[in-house]
Design a protein around this ligand. Sequence first.
Ligand code: NAD
Length: 330
Amino acid sequence: MVAHIIDGRELAAELKRHLGAQVQRLSEQGTRPGLATVIAGDDYPSVAYERRVRRLAEELGCHYVCAALSSDVSEADVIAEVGKLDADPRVHGILVLRPLPADVAEAAVYRALDPLKDIEAVHPVNAGLLALGRPRYVPSTPASVFHMLDRYLSSTSDDPAAVYARSNLVVVGRSSNVGKPAMLLAQARNATVVSCDVHSSRAGLLVGHTRAADILVVAAGVPELIGAEHVKEGAVVIDVGINPVSQEGTGKVRLVGDVDFNAVAEKAAAISPVPGGVGPITDVWLLRNTVWAARLAASVQAAQPSWEGLSVPGDLGAAGLVAAPASSSA
Ligand code: NAD
């Protein structure tokens, strides 16, 4: 079997076209969507990500601002920057880039975010809503994974809802920003979900679980962790990993996924590449969440003179962002 390659760039371009029209419409109605990023230090993948979303925001006509902080910034200063962005009416969505400096507690920074601007659902309120199956925002990377899967399954002759319902779906990696929300989105589609992490590998359990997967999502941050021996014939494999690896001899850096693409492509029914897979969709999805946040802000402002104590209007619950099959329930 030679796998179908799920082209993330093509899906991202399609999303971007839709989003451009939405930004224009909202701007004409007086709400120009605004994104802010907070970055501390010069971590290579974070700097590259910030540059990509800045370019995309500007291309789409969104307001964009970046709080670039030093690698030795204090927790209080990061929280103060977040507070300024919370208070800035031009900013609708805030992304705090990881890693933060070792002395800065991620949880404390996330708690400082205005939940209505927390487009990656890292504030406990938004993480809780997601876990309860009533998301306000769906974090961009897992949302992109399931956008790919939904679209790929829709392109086959099978009913996607039925495929999910009869699938063993294994997620490797259980970080709060990727692996855990990916599990929740898989459950919302009625898949049978197994979560593996580094402890599964250490216990020698990883290969047994991944080989049973009809759908395998890998977000471990370990270059080419998953080889052909980990994959069942005919599985659908989504590789979230983006790992900069120096090439021997030249020292040039290239990006490698968590899956050995060439080996696995010979066994899988479909596979996403790295680069050109989940990454480009994630970039656009972040802006999509920003547009959603701008719509929420506009509707809240129209309804009440103040943000204080307001809940999100029911008809703007984020259900529309979850491309779950109609029969799913979380
Ligand atoms: P993380 O370090 O926060 O979490 C990694 C997870 O993988 C942990 O749960 C850990 O236990 C698990 N893990 C580590 N080694 C393992 C092993 N040998 N076997 C099984 N599980 C193992 O990382 P993250 O933020 O979730 O990111 C994971 C990868 O995804 C990274 O390569 C990152 O660059 C990439 N990423 C890509 C995108 C994108 O848009 N494509 C977005 C975010 C992260």
